[in-house]
Ligand binder design. Structure first.
Ligand code: NDP
Length: 257
């Protein structure tokens, strides 16, 4: 009985930013558990590579080019899927950008607004666009990528725009969860620690940040994308049927202290 509850057969799972990193791992986990996959990517090359990797693993995967900063595009994608009789029943809001150690006094409007537009407004737009169809079907599960930085103010280097954007994702998760629970739609989030992905490795300052963090973390290691994907699969599946509005730490114990 329990194994079946982790299956997502007959579900259509949309993963934003699913072409690489944590998003690709989430798509892989959902595909292995039986879902048909749709990955949304702004970059054709990254998206095609991700889709081909998923297909090579035997998953049913499609790539749709799209950017979560466009309300019109994400609405179009959600409506097209529903129009073809395959509305998304699982949505993983993974697309996100990071910020390097810039002190708040040096953060310009452009950086701040871009961070909020991708990390917060992108989640809102996708929840609204895909959630409408989930509400109509009275069936759906949304998992948002938060961060431990949305729970604690990550140290030692400053990253206020990112921290604030992820705190907003956590609260957006709880707020939408409360609104949509009566409609049969669950909304949860994961809050990972540092995961070895292109986003983290691309920021040179992260080396110092991670060394300090490793000294402070109970398990003393970074995470791998598949360790986040397992938690996302659990939350997306019926195994988490009584969970909504949860922000689940996947952080090697960092936020215990
Ligand atoms: P990556 O940078 O490796 O991947 C991010 C993905 O999001 C890419 O596919 C990227 O596309 C896509 N993306 C970026 N902007 C947009 C956009 N506007 N519209 C659609 N897609 C977009 O990041 P990670 O895999 O590391 O992170 C994934 C999520 O997990 C993020 O939300 C991040 O904040 C969160 N997270 C990551 C942690 C980590 O340590 N890695 C820790 C905690 C949370 P493209 O390839 O074209 O740029």
């Amino acid at each position: 009985m329990y194994q079946a509850r982790f299956r997502v057969d007959n579900e259509v799972a949309v993963v934003t930013g699913g072409g690489r990193g944590i998003g690709l791992a989430c798509a892989d986990a959902l595909g292995e558990a039986g879902a048909s996959l749709v990955i949304i990517e702004p970059d054709e090359q990254v998206g095609s590579a991700g889709r081909d990797e998923l297909i090579a693993k035997g998953h049913k995967a499609e790539l749709v080019i799209g950017d979560v900063t466009s309300s019109a595009r994400v609405t179009e994608i959600a409506d097209l899927l529903a129009g073809h009789g395959t509305p998304a029943s699982i949505l993983v809001n993974n697309a996100g950008i990071g910020s390097s150690g810039i002190s708040l006094e040096d953060v310009d409007d452009e950086l701040w607004l871009r961070m909020m537009d991708v990390n917060v407004n992108g989640v809102f737009r996708c929840c609204r666009a895909f959630g409408r169809h989930m509400i109509a079907a009275r069936h759906g599960s949304i998992v948002n990528l938060g961060s431990m930085s949305g729970t604690i103010c990550n140290r030692p280097q400053p990253q206020t725009p990112y921290n604030v954007s992820k705190a907003a994702v956590h609260h957006l998760t709880r707020s939408i969860a409360a609104e949509w629970a009566p409609h049969g739609v669950r909304v949860n989030a994961v809050a990972p620690t540092y995961i070895e992905t292109p986003m983290v490795l691309a920021i040179p300052e992260n080396k110092t940040r991670i060394e300090a963090w490793l000294r402070d973390t109970p398990m003393g290691r970074m995470g791998q994308a598949h360790e986040v994907a397992s938690a996302v699969l659990f939350l997306a599946s019926d195994a988490a049927s009584l969970m909504t509005g949860a922000v689940v730490p996947v952080d090697a114990g960092f936020t215990c202290w």
